[in-house]
Design a protein around this ligand. Structure first.
Ligand code: C2E
Ligand code: MG
Ligand code: MG
Ligand code: MG
Length: 290
């Protein structure tokens, strides 16, 4: 009996492994098709300054557009793209689209901040990364200070010395650098002070924990670390007004999350920027905005 159960389990295991391999191959083929047919789109999520209430920047987030117009989230293809190396080509597409969209919004007088683009470890380690970024900025006629790059602790800790060199080269161009998903990786404080960063992004997991005193203390600590290192802080995944108010109390200066806006298509983001630009009249006695 036990033997047959064991045999079944063995078969089942093989079957699952097989399914995973097939799935991976399907995703890889889909990515190749998407790159060829220009099916990768860039969505934008605004970052809001808690003091001024204004949009100070946005994060570029890749989406795969299906033939029926549906959106596929990066969680389902980025891991495969990392494995196959296709992330490098996807990353190039995202950088180019983000830079040209922002250039257009600047020309239209809608925006003058920074666009943050996520870089994968493979991309960040490319020996020609800086040249490639120079080329894209040149092609899109975007000044380097409108660009920010988000990298994770895992990316820089793979080879910290090399990472510091690359970071310095990018900073020398006026490009800003943010540490993404901060607190979830394993970078040490000793390294953190050596990395030429501008910003720490507090991972959503810590924001989700703010309903407890311990959770709020954690966020307080991260904000304090950032400020002691003269870095600005962005809270990711802010979904409620309560979280926003707590973050304001803890002196976190920038928030990003569904509370303010979900990631939007380029067209919707342009409309959002238009809306932002409209002069706001102060509240009248009857509480009507108009
Ligand atoms: P990330 O860089 O940490 O981006 C933040 C993610 O949190 C985004 O997911 C965003 O849509 C989501 N998010 C923002 N606010 C909220 C909120 O209030 N609630 C919830 N539940 N989620 C929120 P998305 O767009 O699915 O991207 C997931 C991850 O995929 C990103 O995490 C990033 O690591 C990666 N990614 C996205 N675009 C790119 C890209 O162009 N290149 C690379 N290398 N990675 C990318
Ligand atoms: Mg990010
Ligand atoms: Mg993040
Ligand atoms: Mg994340």
């Amino acid at each position: 009996h036990a033997k047959s159960a064991g045999a079944n389990r063995y078969l089942f295991f093989n079957d699952t492994m097989n399914k995973q391999a097939v799935k991976r191959l399907q995703v890889e083929n889909l990515i190749r098709h998407g790159l060829k047919e220009d099916l990768f789109a860039v969505f934008y999520q605004p970052k809001m300054d808690l003091l001024s209430g204004k949009v100070v920047g946005m994060e570029a987030l890749v989406r795969f557009i299906t033939p029926k117009g549906g959106l596929v989230s990066p969680a389902s293809f980025i891991p495969v793209a990392e494995e196959t190396g296709q992330i490098v080509d996807i990353g190039t597409v995202v950088l180019r689209k983000a830079c040209s969209d922002v250039r257009r919004w600047i020309d239209q007088g809608l925006f003058h901040g920074r666009v943050a683009v996520n870089l994968s470890a493979k991309q960040f380690m490319l020996p020609f990364l800086c040249d490639q970024i120079d080329d894209i900025l040149q092609q899109t006629q975007l000044a380097s200070y409108h660009l920010e790059l988000e990298i994770t602790e895992g990316t820089v800790m793979e080879s910290p010395k090399l990472a510091i060199d690359t970071m310095k080269k990018l900073r020398a161009r006026g490009i800003h650098l943010a540490m993404d998903d901060f607190g979830t990786g394993y970078s040490s404080l000793a390294y953190l002070k050596q990395f030429p960063l501008n910003t720490l992004k507090i991972d959503k997991a810590f924001i989700d924990d703010m309903n407890s005193a311990r959770g709020r203390n954690m966020v307080d600590t991260i904000v304090t670390i950032a400020h002691n290192l003269s870095l600005s802080v962005v809270a990711e995944g802010v979904e409620t007004l309560e979280q926003l108010e707590q973050l304001r109390k803890l002196r976190c200066e920038i928030i990003q999350g569904f509370y303010y806006s979900k990631p939007l298509s380029a067209d919707d983001f342009a409309a959002f920027l238009h809306e932002q630009k409209k002069p706001r009249l102060s509240l009248t006695a009857n509480g009507n905005n108009w």
